[in-house]
Each structure stands twice: as structure tokens, then as C-alpha cells.
Design a protein around this ligand. Structure first.
Ligand SMILES: N[C@@H](CCC(=O)N[C@@H](CS)C(=O)NCC(=O)O)C(=O)O
Length: 207
């Protein structure tokens, strides 16, 4: 299995999932600015024409993309269903509900705009000042008194924590949402998450 990743991007959640499950993988770093592989400069668009991470090359040679799909695929490699409820159950639908919420309302709805160097200032101000507080207030209410989005740690937590970790990178002070700050701190101390963060910090390229 090959995971195409960029340090601290949304692909971190898949790395965390692999580490949580103890699954072996080759990690292929992608330079998202010029869409090349960091190892040899070859064209990443030939791997994933979308030019985005994560992409996962399965042991069968299939390329899977879209974080929500990749995360569920990896979780399902563990037959004990530790990180995703069993397929076909309503709990799996609830997991998908959360993965979709994180992908669309948090990742794309807020951070894609804040990270994009060419987003208009008005778009950034709207994402930061209006959308993010709405989403974080909702999440704070939901997570109050809970450790995880589902009953136990799941791939949805790996994804949400990956995005919460971006807050400080764009100058959002998470202390305004103490429930989210506590939730993130709890997940960051998981050995798999801590290891992923430590390893990707060492791979960060200056840009
Ligand atoms: N729809 C994709 C979006 C993935 C995505 O936005 N990845 C970012 C990194 S977090 C990326 O590759 N950005 C580079 C680009 O969009 O060109 C998914 O859900 O996986």
C-alpha cells in the first residue's frame, strides 16, 4: 500500500489510521505546489489527476482518492472494525455523516479558503469570522461531555483532529472553544497521532 501525502495536510488522518491499526505502508511525499513526487520529481498527476492528497495505492494497484473514502477503506482492512463501524449498519452511516461534515463544512468550507494564498481577503474574512465560529460552536455543543464523535475513537476523529490542528496554523485561537481544545489535546496524545505529527514535522518543506 502506498499513501501519497503532504505533511500536515488532510492526508495526516490516513497516516494516523494506518498507525492506529499497525498496518504497513509506503509513504510517498507529494509536492502540492508543482504536483511532483518529492522523492524523484516525477509527475504526481499521473498517479492522481486531481493533483490532491490523500491518494492510496492499494495492494491490488487501485488508486483510491477522497479522504472520506480512503479512511473507510483503511479502517475496513481491520476486520475487528475498531476505527469504523461495520459496513451496512446505521452506525456506519453516522460515521459517514461525520466524515462528510468534516470534509465539506470544516475542511473545504473553512480551511481550504484560509490556506489558499489567492483567496480574496473578503472570502477569508467570511470563512474565519462567520463560517468557522458557526461550525466550531456546533461541534463544541456536540462534543461537550464526549471524547469522540462516535462512541469510540474512529477515523472521523482522526480527520476532525487533523483539521483542528490547522487552527493555530492560520492564527485561529482554539482557546475560544475549550471543548474543542480539550478534544484535540486528548486525541493528540494518542501514540499514533503523536507519532504521525512528529514524523510529518520533520518532513515539512519550506515554501
Ligand atoms: N476532495 C478531496 C480534497 C483533498 C484536498 O483538498 N487535499 C488538499 C490537501 S489537505 C490538497 O491536495 N490540496 C492541493 C490542491 O487542491 O491542489 C478529499 O476530500 O480528499
Amino acid at each position: 500500500m502506498d499513501l501519497y501525502f503532504s505533511p500536515f495536510s488532510c492526508s495526516l488522518a490516513t497516516r494516523v489510521t494506518l498507525y492506529e491499526l499497525g498496518l504497513p505502508a509506503n509513504f510517498q511525499q507529494v509536492n502540492l505546489y508543482n504536483k511532483t513526487l518529492a522523492a524523484d520529481g516525477t509527475d504526481y498527476l499521473k498517479v492522481n489527476p486531481k493533483g490532491q492528497v490523500p491518494a492510496l495505492r492499494t495492494d491490488d494497484g487501485l488508486i483510491l482518492t477522497e479522504a472520506a473514502a480512503v479512511l473507510q477503506y483503511v479502517a475496513d482492512l481491520d476486520s475487528a472494525h475498531r476505527l469504523a463501524p461495520a459496513p451496512g449498519t446505521v452506525k456506519r452511516s453516522i460515521l459517514q455523516q461525520w466524515l462528510n461534515y468534516v470534509a465539506t463544512e470544516i475542511h473545504k468550507g473553512v480551511f481550504a479558503t484560509l490556506f489558499n494564498p489567492v483567496s480574496p481577503p473578503e472570502a477569508k474574512a467570511f470563512a474565519r469570522g462567520t463560517v468557522l465560529p458557526l461550525r466550531y460552536t456546533y461541534l463544541s455543543q456536540y462534543l461537550k461531555g464526549r471524547d469522540y464523535l462516535l462512541d469510540d475513537f474512529s477515523v472521523a476523529d482522526a480527520y476532525l483532529a487533523t483539521t483542528l490542528n490547522w487552527a493555530s496554523m492560520v492564527g485561529v485561537d482554539l482557546s475560544a472553544w475549550p471543548v474543542l481544545q480539550g478534544y484535540l489535546a486528548n486525541i493528540m496524545q494518542r501514540p499514533a497521532f503523536a507519532r504521525a505529527v512528529q514524523e510529518e514535522a520533520a518532513l515539512r518543506q519550506p515554501h
